[in-house]
Ligand binder design. Sequence first.
Ligand SMILES: *[C@@H]1O[C@H](CO)[C@@H](O)[C@H](O)[C@H]1NC(C)=O
Ligand SMILES: *[C@@H]1O[C@H](CO)[C@@H](O)[C@H](O)[C@H]1NC(C)=O
Length: 367
Amino acid sequence: MKGLLPTLLFLCVASQLATAFMDGLLPNGNFEQGPKPSQMKGTQVLGRSAIPRWETSGFVEYIQWGHKQGDMLLVVPEGSYAVRLGNDASIKQKVKLAAGMRYSLTFSAARTCAQEERLNVSASPESGVLPMQTMYSSNGWDSYCWAWLAKSDEVEIVIHNPGVSEDPACGPLIDSIAIRQLFPPRRTNTNLLKNGDFEEGPYIIPNTTCGVLIPPQIEDDHSPLPGWMVESLKAVRYLDAEHFSVPRGRRAVELLAGKESAIAQVVRTVPGRRYVLSFAVGDAGNACEGSLLVEAFAGEHTVKVAYDSKGKGGSKRAALPFTATKARTRIVFWSSNYVTRSDDLSSLCGPVIDDVALVSVRHANRV
Ligand SMILES: *[C@@H]1O[C@H](CO)[C@@H](O)[C@H](O)[C@H]1NC(C)=O
Ligand SMILES: *[C@@H]1O[C@H](CO)[C@@H](O)[C@H](O)[C@H]1NC(C)=O
């Protein structure tokens, strides 16, 4: 009996670890398993548990690739099916996670009507409202992310459309819901910035080709891009090397909407000490052609870096040497102007930044 207790405890711990969710799509997170024909009326889903693994409420539709809505052909980014959340509709699923850890949720969404749409995403008891900002991709779909700190081992993931529109067939399409555990990176002695290479961030669904929009952080301080804040009005796009040209490593950030799309990080500095902020500026190889211009700030110091983009990928390095005047210095990057893709003038794009480092130069640097 004596030996049994530790064994049982071990088994419990081991089984808890084994059941905690691993990074990737949630079970049936791409809705490829659908309701039985008897659980549908047209595209409308009948009953709360008709879609395997999900619980739905309100007016939820199950949409197949190629479904016609008026003149519009609905496409689905991943597999063949997606759901549509009508007025006040929601989908939810319970997921086992590790309490005390940070997670980010990624999902794809497309607006189908012209009006402003917002989604309330929650992982009980945390929640956040994400504006669906289009103008980023040509097929109408974009991926969005949101991050939170898990307060318990089991959370309920809910995506809710709080909107009320006159046409019940308005409301966003949702697909590809995934989770990734975040590991907040630390400063190192070679870089005073956290996550300067952007390698740590939200899950990017392998088969989607639009990266992930990181929305402006209006109300929560748990950034899906650890270390960084999106402090402007519009999202920045998180890019993967599988689908975009990335200056270094697997991930980078694209500044999408001029000065309305900025990322920032506040770092401790010693007034009077000299520092150098260095970074890569490039283009994502996504037909974003023209004279791109990135402005970098370190407190009141600033540099403008021009990059002539052919839209085919590439990058160059730039640096901003400065002497700190405060105990905290705000590092900010934005694009000076709006750019659209040469193959799709309705899709915003912009310069890519990557590999950002801040180092202290103790002895006056004569370069
Ligand atoms: C979002 O949903 C959560 C949980 O369902 C709720 O507590 C919160 O009040 C909602 N927020 C808004 C702005 O509707
Ligand atoms: C991505 O697409 C490939 C080929 O179409 C498919 O085999 C694979 O299962 C897809 N991946 C996911 C995560 O759905």
